[in-house]
Design a protein around this ligand. Sequence first.
Ligand SMILES: Cc1cc2nc3c(=O)[nH]c(=O)nc-3n(C[C@H](O)[C@H](O)[C@H](O)COP(=O)(O)OP(=O)(O)OC[C@H]3O[C@@H](n4cnc5c(N)ncnc54)[C@H](O)[C@@H]3O)c2cc1C
Length: 399
Amino acid sequence: MSTGERIGVVGAGIVGLAVARRVAEVRPGAAITVIDKEDAVAVHQTGHNSGVAHAGLYYQPGSLKAELCRRGMGLLKALCEERGLPYDECGKLVVARDASEIERLREIERRATENGVPGLRWLEGQTQLQTVEPNVVGVAAVHSPVTAIVDFRAVAEAFADDVRTAGGRLLLGRAVTAIQPSTSEVRVTAGGEELAFDRVILCAGLQSDRVARLAGDADGPAIVPFRGEYLRLKDGHTDLVKGLIYPVPDPAFPFLGVHFTRRVGGGLDIGPNAVLAFAREGYSFGRVVPRDLAATLTYPGFRKMATKYWKTGLKEMRGSVAPGVMVREAQSFVPALRREDVERAPAGVRAQAIDPDGGLVDDFRINHVGRVVAVRNAPSPAATSSLAIAEHVVGLAFS
Ligand SMILES: Cc1cc2nc3c(=O)[nH]c(=O)nc-3n(C[C@H](O)[C@H](O)[C@H](O)COP(=O)(O)OP(=O)(O)OC[C@H]3O[C@@H](n4cnc5c(N)ncnc54)[C@H](O)[C@@H]3O)c2cc1C
């Protein structure tokens, strides 16, 4: 039965596609249109990440991240199994390198337990750690055997197929340049053409603030792009670790620290670091978009954050120029790693939302203004959580 509703979704990353798929599930017959400025799906964050299905270890209990990651991981696993997409529970260790990191590791264990992460184990001492990862060095670790690796691009493509099968359309290669909500509809200009919708959901990743502002949403938080660079183990050296190995992260930052990331194709990467990017879609050090750089540098929230964390920022930049810095970081928990065994691998860019007061927005943030719902902050683990984020967002849109 057709509901006759016209629903627009901006962004064909994993979140936008999961949202469109969810609309098709709960509003059968709605006319769904997904719009993206790129010619293919999953071109930005969705296609450039670590490919880890997170189990929900780190997140503040009660936060949207904690809730939607746990639910999203279960939904993602079921979907991958149903579709025959890769989903490998290779497991993960979070390693305390010395006694000074034990307290923070205990806090991760506490949060993970409260978040209901299954199968969690505390490992004490070198011998126990090496039963899981023979080449790791540390004093204690939390082991999550259900943490998995996936191919998020393939998952997003499966979502796009579902949207098309349900009668939805994907308008690719069309940048959204204007959004005019009124009491009766929302007019969206995409690729120069004006389209009318009853409701619009914005999932624009690295451009989420700009696209939300087009629709009249609040100015802040603004997106500041942070490039995440990876190194890759050369052929013949990929058996150095079995699964995923992470350091204990610095609680001041929303990033997890340089880690060993096994890939579904069999490769092994190290990264990502977190380097301020001079372009929203700046996948290399030399890419500068003056409009993006000026937006970052003139944003009061960025200036406040930079005053506080400039030392960390400079360290990350040094690591970007000299891969040896990232190698040394990774050697602090896997000393058998050798500089000559790694080469550079493609980078990703994270959309980090920063509030006007300089606070790094940690949790997912979703705003609802009239007929428009705007996903303003969907960083890691949003790929893992995408199916649960979609349930939440679509629930809001039709509330
Ligand atoms: C380095 C890195 C590592 C990560 N590791 C993990 C991980 O291991 N596990 C995990 O769960 N998450 C991880 N993440 C996070 C995850 O990738 C993102 O949270 C997720 O992909 C966000 O999806 P999205 O659809 O919101 O954004 P995106 O994939 O960035 O999609 C947004 C889309 O909006 C489109 N768009 C923007 N502006 C416009 C416009 N004006 N008009 C039309 N279209 C527009 C873009 O073209 C893009 O296709 C990582 C991210 C990075 C960068």
